[in-house]
Design a protein around this ligand. Structure first.
Ligand SMILES: Cc1cc2nc3c(=O)[nH]c(=O)nc-3n(C[C@H](O)[C@H](O)[C@H](O)COP(=O)(O)O)c2cc1C
Length: 211
C-alpha cells in the first residue's frame, strides 16, 4: 500500500473520541513514540516554549471531569496530555536555549551570539509572549494527534477544560508555565457512536486555494 494512502486512511480513521475504553492502556513502547512526537515538535526559532504534563495516575485523572465541563475523556483515557505554554521568553531562557544549541552542535562558545542578540531584540518587541507560545503549543497538539493516528491510538483534543484549575491541580500556578489545551489519548470504547459519524469538512475546493 503506498504510504500516502496509509496516511490519509489514518487521518480519516481518527476522530475526536467522545468515549474511551478505560480498560485499555497505551503500552510503554507506543507511548515512547508518542512522547517523542511531542518533543520533536518544531517551534519558532526552536525555542520549545512548552511543557507537556502527562497524567496516568487514576487518582489524578478522576479529578479531571469536574474541571473539564464534566467531560469524561480525561478520566477514561489512558494518557491525558496537558499542553502548557511558557508565559514569557526572557533573556535567561534564551541564553539557556543558545547554550543548548552550542553544546549539542559542538560549536565555538560565541558562534551563536549574533542569533542570541536577534532573539533577545525580537522577543523584547512582542506584545504577548504567552499568545506566541500558545500558538507553538498547538503545533505540538497537531503533531501528537497525527502521530497517534498513525499508531492507531485514539485522541480527543480538548479546550473544554478550566486552565486555571488545571494549573492548580498540576502545580503550575505561579510557575513559568500555564495550561493552554489538553489531549486525551487511549482507545475508543466500542459503544462510542461518534466513531461512525461521517466526517464533516468543507470541500477541498473551498478550503484549498491554489495560486
Ligand atoms: C483545539 C480543539 C479543542 C477541542 N475541544 C474539544 C473538547 O473539549 N471536547 C470534545 O469532545 N471535542 C473537542 N474538540 C473536537 C472537535 O469538536 C473536533 O475535532 C471537530 O468537531 C472535528 O471532528 P473530528 O476531530 O472528529 O474530525 C476540540 C478540537 C480542537 C482542535
Amino acid at each position: 500500500m503506498p504510504l500516502h494512502s496509509t496516511l490519509i486512511e489514518s487521518l480519516r480513521w481518527r476522530y475526536a473520541t467522545k468515549r474511551f475504553d478505560a480498560s485499555k492502556k497505551i503500552d510503554a513502547e507506543t507511548w515512547q513514540q508518542l512522547q517523542s512526537s511531542l518533543v520533536l515538535t518544531p517551534s519558532s526559532y526552536g525555542l520549545q516554549p512548552w511543557k507537556f504534563l502527562v497524567i496516568t495516575d487514576e487518582a489524578v485523572k478522576s479529578q479531571l471531569p469536574a474541571i473539564s465541563w464534566n467531560q469524561l475523556q480525561p478520566k477514561d483515557c489512558s494518557h491525558m496530555v496537558v499542553f502548557a505554554a511558557r508565559k514569557t521568553v526572557d533573556e535567561e531562557y534564551i541564553n539557556r536555549f543558545i547554550q543548548t544549541v552550542v553544546s549539542t552542535r559542538e560549536l565555538p562558545a560565541d558562534a551563536m551570539n549574533g542569533y542570541r542578540d536577534i532573539l533577545v531584540a525580537t522577543t523584547a518587541k512582542m506584545e504577548s509572549h504567552l499568545d506566541w507560545n500558545s500558538r507553538q503549543v498547538y503545533i505540538a497538539l497537531g503533531q501528537f494527534m497525527m502521530a497517534a493516528a498513525l499508531l492507531q491510538v485514539d485522541t480527543c483534543p480538548m479546550e473544554g477544560i478550566l486552565p486555571e484549575k488545571y494549573d492548580a491541580l498540576l502545580g503550575l500556578t505561579d510557575t513559568e508555565y500555564t495550561t493552554v489545551v489538553a489531549c486525551a489519548a487511549g482507545y475508543r470504547h466500542e459503544a462510542d457512536q461518534q466513531a461512525a459519524a461521517k466526517k464533516v469538512r468543507f470541500s477541498d475546493n473551498e478550503l484549498v486555494v491554489t495560486i
